[in-house]
Design a protein around this ligand. Structure first.
Ligand code: NAG
Ligand code: NAG
Ligand code: NAG
Ligand code: NAG
Length: 584
């Protein structure tokens, strides 16, 4: 029997069972508008009441997981002193503060945020009472990773029902329904990982050859980037203890032979390394991936001669979330590289607030340690969310929208046949968060923009003017050459190209700072916004993509003098930026 959507008094798990029985053949399609429908109610037992649990169509449902199969779930324990952590991050990142550059060690971060003894006790007791003893913790003690059977997991987390799904040979286990936790532990947990969020989808990085008729496009190579951003042959890494990293969360791998080939073709004019220093995680034996090759080849071209790590797909168990696994690694390792570039993102509206808030705290933990996190701003411009009845709004992306990361947008050359000035790349992700408030460091830049372009702004119903606005900075994102499977491939595009390019340049600046005995840059934004665009090439032309509807007709925001939510402050003029960022 199928019931309508009006039975508000039924407990959710019972309700879900009823609904499942309405759609017995498609357990992956049912249920998941419930948290939305019911969001006016407070489900005390649901940690992530607003998490989207809809399974996208590219995943094929395989079947229920056997009760005896092992799962590995991640428990994010409530931390202490999150406000103090945030305050500390502001101080160590603000060049006008006496605390500037006084970064914390992993031990110090631990003493600050470590969950209270009560929290630890309650959570351990809860797990043990279900016979779960097989748990690993991290240095900061705020995550637990536990192995248990599917049967135990479904009892521990009422509502959860574990299924297996596949896509392109990748297999994951996720719950088709929202989970709840016992009232006693509710206040001691932020969320449980491994139930809902699916691995990110590969972004389409090859654009059509729009210019093929007009002639051969210049294409972006390391030499072109180094020319445009004024890097000389001596602007390469020299410090002893510097390093940088790229993180990958796709079922794809860079190939060492591709990197070596890339450097032998494109690296002739500058000193560089042709090998990765360290791979953290599991490099599969599978095919080389375009995106994996792109990241590593380009961070090692601008951040030339700097030891480079690859964090690769650190989520090998079917029930793990690769992005979360990477953050857990960061919380469990001292001596990490200073700059990390990441081309991963999800729509903000597909993630629970609890999850995003906690991940944002993880970014703060990295920032206070002096680690710079750079995220690609996304490849869909302002994005578009259909609200129904021809009504749309823009669609911000996370982690690009976090106030505690540096978000990188994309540009193209004005004249694609020459190293000229840059204009907006229409794919460049940007906009305003609906989750995070606008941080102090950007208020005057963003309000300045909103005033300047007031008459040409998209309608206010499309975006949230009080949210964290992004990106912060940009670089070329159009028509890169990448070596993959030993062959140079043109036309590779996306903010996953611009992000490692900026990352490599920040690593070079860290290098100079380390040589001068200065602390590394760490969380860059407070300092970046104080430059007010000095040392960057301002990008003032072009608009990025958004909804194809009558009101905005495919346009999101447009670039403008000074900061804008398409290209941030613009692209780096390396020697000038180096001079400006050698502050102490
Ligand atoms: C964290 O590192 C320690 C050793 O340094 C290890 O014993 C532990 O299993 C790691 N935690 C996780 C979740 O991998
Ligand atoms: C850097 O590049 C720009 C444009 O390509 C050029 O105008 C400028 O003189 C160069 N040098 C410095 C030090 O900024
Ligand atoms: C290099 O930096 C790491 C922290 O990132 C530190 O633990 C280590 O002691 C440093 N080594 C030297 C030689 O300074
Ligand atoms: C707009 O953003 C703020 C935080 O900056 C948030 O509190 C508010 O709910 C958002 N509004 C919408 C409609 O999402």
């Amino acid at each position: 029997m199928c019931l309508g959507f009006s039975r508000l008094h039924i407990r959710t798990s019972a309700y879900l069972r009823l609904l499942s029985s309405c759609f017995p053949l498609s357990p992956n399609r049912v249920i998941f508008s419930i948290p939305v429908l019911f969001s006016s109610l407070v489900w005390s037992g649901y940690l992530e009441y607003d998490q989207d649990v809809l399974v996208t169509e590219d995943w094929t449902h395989v079947g229920r997981v056997e009760p005896t199969e092992d799962l590995q779930l991640t428990f994010a324990l409530k931390q202490q002193n999150v406000k103090l952590l945030e305050e500390t991050l502001k101080q160590v990142s603000d060049p006008d503060s006496a605390q500037y550059g006084k970064h914390l060690s992993l031990d110090e971060v631990s003493s600050l945020v470590r969950p209270s003894l009560l929290t630890q006790k309650v959570v351990h007791h809860w797990l043990q009472s279900h016979g779960i003893r097989n748990c690993l913790t991290v240095h900061t003690q705020d995550f637990l990773q536990c192995t248990m059977t599917a049967e135990v997991a479904e009892t521990l987390l009422p509502g959860s029902r574990f299924h297996r799904y596949t896509r392109d040979g990748q297999s994951v286990v996720r719950s088709s329904a929202p989970y709840s936790v016992h009232d006693d532990v509710h206040q001691h947990l932020d969320f449980v990982g491994g139930l809902h969020r699916f691995p990110a989808k590969r972004q389409e990085v090859i654009k059509e050859q729009r210019l093929s008729k007009a002639g051969i496009h210049l294409g972006v190579t390391p030499a072109i980037l180094r020319a445009r951003y004024n890097l000389t042959s001596t602007d390469v890494g020299k410090a002893h203890n510097n390093s940088q990293a790229v993180a990958q969360f796709l079922e794809q791998y860079y190939h060492p032979a591709d990197l070596a080939e890339f450097m032998s073709i494109y690296g002739r004019s500058f000193q560089h390394l042709s090998q990765v220093d360290r791979v953290v995680g599991t490099q599969g034996g599978g095919k080389a991936g375009l995106e994996a090759s792109l990241d590593i080849e380009y961070i090692m071209s601008t951040g030339a001669n700097i030891p480079t790590w690859v964090f690769t797909n650190p989520g090998r168990h079917e029930s793990q979330e690769p992005f979360l696994q990477w953050l857990i690694l960061l919380s469990n390792m001292s001596g990490l590289p200073w700059v990390h570039t990441v081309s991963y993102g999800d729509d903000e509206d597909s993630l629970s607030t609890a999850y995003m808030m906690r991940i944002n705290t993880e970014f703060m933990k990295a920032g206070v340690r002096g680690i710079s996190l750079l995220f690609a701003s996304g490849d869909s411009g302002a994005g578009c969310k259909h609200l129904g009845k021809g009504q749309n709004s823009f669609r911000p992306s996370f982690p690009a929208s976090s106030p505690y990361v540096t978000t990188v947008g994309g540009t193209s050359f004005k004249n694609p046949f020459k190293v000229t000035y840059e204009v907006t790349d229409y794919i460049s992700g940007g906009g305003f968060s609906n989750i995070f408030k606008m941080p102090d460091y950007q208020v005057s830049a963003v309000t300045g923009y909103l005033k300047t372009v007031a008459t040409t702004l998209p309608p206010q119903s499309y975006f949230n003017v009080s949210g964290r606005a992004y990106p912060d900075i940009a670089a070329l994102s159009d028509n890169y050459w990448v070596v993959i499977n030993r062959v140079p491939v043109p036309w590779v595009s996306g903010t996953s190209a611009s992000t490692p390019v900026v990352g490599g340049m920040l690593s070079l600046i860290n290098d100079q700072r380390l040589l001068k005995g200065l602390p590394v840059l760490g969380f860059l934004n407070p300092l970046l916004y104080k430059l007010k665009g000095q040392a960057l090439f301002d990008v003032t032309e072009g608009c990025h993509a958004s909804c194809l509807d009558e009101q905005v007709q495919g346009n999101g925001f447009c670039a403008a003098p000074s900061w804008d939510p398409v290209t941030g402050w613009g692209t780096p003029n390396y020697p000038a930026l180096l001079a400006a960022l050698l502050v102490d």
